[in-house]
Structures are given as structure tokens and as C-alpha cells.
Ligand binder design. Structure first.
Ligand SMILES: Cc1ncc(C[n+]2csc(CCOP(=O)(O)OP(=O)(O)O)c2C)c(N)n1
Length: 360
């Protein structure tokens, strides 16, 4: 499905009818996510943060899905979806603090960068082992259904995850119990260096859903309105008791898998250039320009607002002290149990103190 044509016009039969203000908000969120990505990539290269996993080129798939879910619905992320968390109003400063693992990091530096979460924003923590979040999402959806709550769960994962055991177990459960879950598969062409066609024999990932009687669709994932429409249809189905949906979002990872990857080793520049021309931001910008609500000046202004915001957050993050070692033992239970108190004392004394004790 495609709603925004390459020339920026809309297919009137498929237009989901969002207000133009809402469409501009989607564009602004996509630009903001890209600016954040770009800045984090640069400061990682300067050795100021350890790692970043971005969403360059996949912004429409992520922001469009987040916008179509309702506030009471849950987002179960893979690891590229911080744009969805920010869309829900998560403070950028907290995210940047997390990237530094400093004293402002809600995870106290105990996780890898880009593995954040927020309970109040109904955004689950990242489970790095591929596919493990998918059965968790189905469990969450089944819990909501059992409680009679009108809530559904949008779970993100990549094409590679559809070859994991957890994907199949989760799809089976969701199919049998008609769980109110949306399987949001970002088919970005690669699982790190492995091309989608080399890791599965099927022609489309959407057809895997048929085996579990889960309704599936294949969407232009670089078209934010097509994504919105497909996800909102899935939300409605789930809300009316119709159970799960699988949505294959066709997109492309324009950057490396993460800052630890060099994609030039396994893919051709011509392929990347072709997808750059299909950049989701360019197509949406064309559309809002045609609607006379966006101009080059507005674009430049918004870009500098986002850049200034990220720069200020980075500066503040770099002034904060690191997470405290003590937090490892105190920030676990409301009341610290005796064994953690003992470990805290030993740890703060340090291994040298222990060695000296042994020698004496
Ligand atoms: C079980 C497991 N095996 C290997 C890895 C290393 N790994 C991290 S991301 C990744 C590729 C995932 O690809 P995909 O599911 O397509 O998501 P994408 O990164 O493209 O968004 C791999 C193999 C892992 N995290 N977990």
C-alpha cells in the first residue's frame, strides 16, 4: 500500500484523512529523530559515547506506527525505535543522559546505550537478544484482553527476527488466543550484513503470518501515511476483538546497523543511493510543500531548533557526574536486603583491599 505518491500527491482512495497540522507534526518528529541520530553518530565517533543504534531511513515506519497507536496502547521496541518514545513525549534530556550513562540516566548506566524504557509512556525495555520481545508483547496483549481492557500492543522487530524461534512461538500464541497485538516488522533489507533474501526462503515476510491465521499486509514503510493507515486498521481490529495483525513495513536502513558496523563491506553504494532517493523525509516534505504549509525557510528553522535542542542536551549531559557505583546495590529494591548491603560494602572497599586482606 502506498498513500503518498512519489510526486508528493496523495492517493485519494487511500488517504487516511489526517489533519494537515497532524501531518506536519509527523514530518517534524521525523526530522527531529534524524537530527538526534546524526548528532549521536558524530559524538560516538569522537569517543564521547560508547555506542548508538539509529533509525536513519526508517523514520516513517517508526513515527507513523507510534502516531497510529493510541496513548493507552503499549510499544514494545526492538532497539531502533526511540523516535516512538520521543513521539510519546519522553524528555530528550533523559534519553541523552541515558546515552552517557550519567547520574541523570534512569537506568543508572547499567544498560547498553539505546536500551532505554519508560513505564509511564508505556514503552517496554529493550531486550537485545533478537526476537525475545515478541512473545513478551503477546503476553502483554493477552493480559490486557483477560482484564477486559481496550489496550493493544505494537511490537517492533526487524526482518531478521522473523527467523527466530520466538517470532514463531509468539505468532502461534497470538493466532490461537486472538491477542490484541500488532506485529510491526521493519523489513529494512538486512540483519546486520545478511540480506533478507539470504535468511529466509519466503518471497515476502507477510506470508509467514498466514501459517498462524494472522491477517497480514505489506506496506510502503517509507510512506508515513500508509504506515499510519495500516497500523490504525490493526488497532481497530484488535480493539473490536478481531485479534492480531502482521504489518510488513518495506523500508531500508540507510546507515550502518549500529556505530559498530561498516556497511560498505557488504553492500553497494548504488543500492544505498537508490534508497536515498526514496528517503521518507523527502517524500513527506514534497507533500506538505504542495499543500502550501511548508517552505525552505520553515525547514531550515525547524532544523536549527532541533540542532540547538540536541546540542543543549548533550552539553548538560556532559556536565553531569557519572552514575554512582553504589547505585548497583541501592537502586534494586525499595529496601536494600542484607546481601546487597554486604556486596556494596565489599565492592566499595575495592578488590585491592580484599587482596591485601588475603595476603596478610
Ligand atoms: C539471539 C541473537 N543473535 C544475534 C544477535 C546479534 N544481532 C544484533 S542485531 C542483529 C540483526 C537483527 O536484524 P533484524 O532483526 O533484521 O533487525 P534490524 O537490526 O535490521 O533492525 C543481530 C544478528 C542478537 N542480538 N541476538
Amino acid at each position: 500500500m502506498q498513500v503518498i505518491r512519489d510526486d508528493g500527491s496523495l492517493d485519494p482512495k487511500l488517504d487516511p484523512g489526517l489533519s494537515i497540522d497532524r501531518v506536519v507534526a509527523l514530518y517534524k518528529a521525523m526530522v527531529r529523530t534524524r537530527v538526534i541520530d546524526d548528532r549521536l553518530q558524530k559524538i560516538q565517533r569522537q569517543g564521547r559515547i560508547a555506542f548508538h543504534v539509529g533509525s536513519l531511513g526508517e523514520e516513517a515506519a517508526i513515527i507513523g506506527s507510534a502516531a497510529a497507536l493510541r496513548d493507552r496502547d503499549w510499544v514494545v521496541p526492538c532497539y531502533r525505535e526511540v523516535g516512538a518514545l520521543l513521539w510519546r513525549g519522553y524528555p530528550l534530556q533523559k534519553y541523552i543522559d541515558h546515552m552517557y550513562g550519567n547520574a541523570g540516566d534512569p537506568l543508572r548506566g547499567r544498560q547498553m546505550p539505546d536500551h532505554t524504557f519508560s513505564k509511564v509512556h508505556r514503552y517496554l525495555s529493550v531486550s537485545a537478544p533478537i526476537g525475545t520481545q515478541i512473545p513478551q508483547a503477546v503476553g502483554l496483549a493477552m493480559a490486557a484482553k483477560k482484564r477486559g481492557q481496550d489496550e493493544c500492543v505494537g511490537v517492533f522487530f526487524g526482518d531478521g527476527a522473523t527467523s527466530s524461534n520466538d517470532f514463531h512461538a509468539a505468532m502461534n500464541f497470538a493466532g490461537v488466543y486472538r491477542a490484541p497485538v500488532l506485529f510491526l516488522c521493519r523489513n529494512n533489507g538486512y540483519a546486520i550484513s545478511l540480506r533478507t533474501e539470504d535468511q529466509t526462503a519466503v518471497r515476502t515476510l507477510a506470508e509467514k503470518a498466514a501459517a498462524y491465521r494472522v491477517p497480514a499486509s505489506r506496506i510502503d514503510g517509507n510512506d508515513v501515511l500508509a504506515v499510519w493507515r495500516a497500523v490504525r486498521e490493526g488497532v481497530q481490529r484488535a480493539s473490536e476483538g478481531g485479534g492480531p495483525s502482521f504489518i510488513e513495513l518495506m523500508t531500508y536502513r540507510l546507515g550502518g546497523h549500529s556505530t559498530s558496523d561498516d556497511p560498505r563491506i557488504y553492500r553497494k553504494q548504488e543500492e544505498v543511493d537508490a534508497w536515498r532517493r526514496a528517503d521518507p523525509l523527502l517524500r513527506l516534505r514534497k507533500h506538505i510543500e504542495q499543500e502550501d504549509v511548508w517552505t525552505d525557510d520553515l525547514d531550515a528553522d525547524w532544523l536549527s531548533v532541533c540542532e540547538a535542542e540536541v546540542k543543549a542536551c548533550v552539553q548538560r549531559a556532559e556536565q553531569k557526574p557519572p552514575s554512582e557505583l553504589r547505585d548497583l546495590f541501592t537502586d534494586v529494591y525499595e529496601a536494600q536486603p542484607w546481601h546487597l548491603r554486604e556486596q556494596e560494602t565489599q565492592c566499595l572497599e575495592g578488590p585491592r583491599a580484599k587482596d591485601e586482606e588475603d595476603e596478610s
